[in-house]
Design a protein around this ligand. Structure first.
Ligand code: ATP
Length: 268
């Protein structure tokens, strides 16, 4: 039976790393469910374990304790149904934008689709992120924002059930970041993707998410609070800036991060 409210189901997860100084418990008692089509942000101070949790959902690492399920199946390793977008885009520099995306498309669909269909998928992904004019360019010839868009297009082109994003806009200037957030909002609205995104940015979390997962400080970090964000969609950043509910959500996250999980490091 499929339970869409528990599309991703994380139960009693703990992650301990072996280090030269002994074992280090990064995460403990993680219980989290993500519904199909939900957009979830993971927020918390630096080093609290956000990437560790995302890597577990991606299947890049295995938990030392507990279970992670996606669509009722145990997450036993990486898979095309869970695409990851990293902060540093991770494109192959010697391939064009088109080829970078085609590579992922080919891996997932070559067994079942014709070359023309693979090409159509690649073209559609480039168009979705507004990069048709950059088709033949290599990563070294385009801006940081464009590279991130290629990374997002490559992930989306594989039609993943879940899009996992680790600070995808962290390295970008504020204006590019805002534009890409708006694009991501529009794309997710269109594709109805399930998204889990790591961020340090309070406004980004409130603007994009249906639910903000706020993590306590490490070591032995866990989920301190989950804040549902009931703002109607489509969302418009200019209108939201003065919206009472938006301001309330923003304040709740800031309060959690700075009052209840006070930290010397800057997080937003
Ligand atoms: N492979 C590993 N071996 C040992 N310790 C690790 C390993 N990976 C992560 N850690 C530790 O686990 C903790 C959580 O790291 P993680 O990268 O998940 O934090 P984060 O919240 O994503 O941080 P940031 O916001 O700075 O990216 C940190 O103390 C980190 O040093």
């Amino acid at each position: 039976m499929n339970d869409d409210s528990k599309f991703i189901d994380i139960q009693s997860v703990e992650q301990t790393f072996k280090t030269p100084k002994g074992s280090f418990q990064a995460l403990r008692d993680i219980h989290l469910t993500v519904a199909k089509g939900e957009f979830v942000a993971l927020i918390g101070h630096s080093g609290c374990g956000k990437s560790t949790l995302l890597n577990l959902i991606a299947g890049l690492t295995r938990p030392t304790h507990g279970t992670l399920l996606c669509a009722n199946k145990e997450i036993a390793g990486p898979g095309p149904e869970r695409a990851v977008v990293f902060q540093n885009h991770s494109l192959l520099p010697w391939l064009t934008c088109y080829e970078n995306i085609y590579l992922g498309v080919e891996r997932v669909f070559a067994a079942t689709e014709s070359k023309a269909q693979l090409k159509a998928r690649t073209d559609a992904a480039l168009a979705l992120v507004g990069l048709t004019p950059a088709t033949g360019k290599r990563p070294g010839e385009i801006s940081g924002g464009m590279k991130q868009r290629v990374g997002i297009a490559r992930a989306l082109a594989m039609e993943p059930k879940v899009l996992l994003m680790d600070e995808p806009f962290g390295a970008l200037d504020a204006l590019t970041r805002a534009r890409l957030q708006d694009e991501l909002l529009a794309i997710v609205q269109k594709t109805q993707s399930t998204v889990v995104m790591v961020t340090h940015d309070v406004d980004e979390a409130v603007l994009l998410s249906d639910k903000i997962v706020m993590m306590t400080n490490g070591p032995s970090a866990t989920i301190g609070e989950v804040l549902p964000v009931n703002l109607p969609r489509p969302r418009n950043r200019v209108e939201l800036a003065e919206d009472r509910d938006y301001v309330h959500y923003r304040k709740a996250v800031i309060d959690f991060l700075y009052t209840r999980q006070g930290h010397v490091e800057k997080a937003a």
